[in-house]
Design a protein around this ligand. Structure first.
Ligand SMILES: [Zn+2]
Ligand SMILES: [Zn+2]
Length: 355
């Protein structure tokens, strides 16, 4: 197989030849047809996360080994499978979304299909080779989801940006449809969140970003209100826009600046769901945390159950698509750099030859 792999942090991805894996046990080998380029790939490529005053967290310390084919938003065609996957409805040529947030496969969380909460995460495209390659190995048939009538390029994005926002929305709920829910960040995740909220029947969706173009895209996607965060007093303006302090905010950026205005805008009993990996830190005034009975809750991707639920919700075109730019798999490096430069509205999805 060929892979467009990270060879060294911050160096261009290189096309390399790797042995095509032979599936054993329950494993399933797929031919990659579509691979979304996600913002977290930039952190993996850079090799670190910004932890504010605590320095940086090196991905090598988390067990990320190079060379690595990144790419965790994968759709592929089933090629072959190990003997233990027999009798589970597989057929050669099936198009499937590959759930990438796999764990050890044997702990209580993995067995409960909360694989993304496994403490020994082995995510595809992070800890093992993912979608920037001609082939990918799924650990078990239950990690494969039929996209049904969803365009495979869009379906690929559901494996990360889709379930990430779907899971975060579930944590932010319940809200009445006309109660404001604030989404910080109108990139790929933000637009996906707007589309999913609309499909769930939510009406008051407030999108916050520093880019006028991205806010315009959020409005097109169905956001009811937008706020420009490049100007001062964001918390104050956000509360004015929402008619008072806010019950639920999903911070899809989650950097020092956004976390601070989110925290300041919360109402008593409010919830801040922290999703992005921009980095930095938040100094929490502890008495306010107690007096306002706030919830700060992290959310990391989603589970196979959530991927199935989202794919179900999206059948029949019920979840509007996000803007997708298609590119070829061998252009993975250039695509990553365009995303890094902030030049992408929506998602770039890499498409294999002949797909
Ligand atoms: Zn991702
Ligand atoms: Zn596990």
């Amino acid at each position: 197989m060929r892979a467009w792999a990270v060879i060294a942090p911050k160096q261009p991805l290189q096309e390399i030849e790797l042995p095509t894996p032979e599936p054993v046990g329950k494993q399933v080998l797929l031919e990659v047809t579509h691979a979304g380029v996600c913002h977290s790939d930039i952190h993996i490529w850079e090799g670190e996360y910004d932890l504010g005053s605590r320095g940086v967290m090196k991905l090598s310390d988390r067990g990320v080994k190079l060379p690595l084919a990144m790419g965790h938003e994968i759709v592929g065609r089933v090629v072959k499978w190990g003997p233990e996957a027999e009798g589970q409805g597989l057929a050669v040529g099936q198009t499937r979304i590959v759930f990438p947030w796999v764990g050890c496969g044997s702990c209580a969380r993995c067995k409960a299909e909360d694989d993304n909460m496994c403490v020994q995460g082995k995510a595809l495209g992070v800890f093992q080779n993912g979608g920037y390659a001609t082939h990918v190995l799924a650990p078990e048939p239950r990690h494969l989801v039929d996209p049904g009538d969803i365009d495979p390029a869009l379906a690929a994005t559901y494996a990360c940006s889709g379930i990430t926002v779907y899971s975060a929305i579930n944590k932010a709920m319940p809200l009445e449809p006309d109660q404001p829910i604030v989404l910080v960040g109108a990139g790929g995740l933000g637009l996906q969140a707007v589309a999913i909220l609309r499909a769930m029947g939510h009406r008051r969706i407030v999108s916050v970003d520093v880019s006028a173009d991205k806010l315009a895209a959020a409005t097109t996607a169905g956001a009811s209100d937008t706020l420009d965060a490049s100007q001062p007093d964001v918390a104050k303006r956000l509360m004015a826009l929402c008619g008072g302090p806010v019950e639920a905010i999903i911070d899809l950026v989650n950097g020092s600046a956004t976390a601070r205005f989110c925290f300041d805008a919360l109402v008593k009993g409010g919830r801040l769901i922290q999703v992005g990996l921009f980095g930095g830190e938040l100094a929490v005034p502890l008495p306010i945390m107690a007096q306002k009975a706030l919830t700060l809750r992290g959310s990391y991707v989603g589970s196979p159950k959530e991927l199935c639920a989202l794919v179900g919700l999206a059948q029949g075109g019920r979840v509007a698509g996000i803007p997708i730019t298609r590119d070829r798999l061998p252009n993975a490096d250039a695509a990553l750099q365009r995303l890094r430069a902030g030049q992408v509205t929506g998602r770039i999805v890499l498409v294999a030859e002949g797909a």
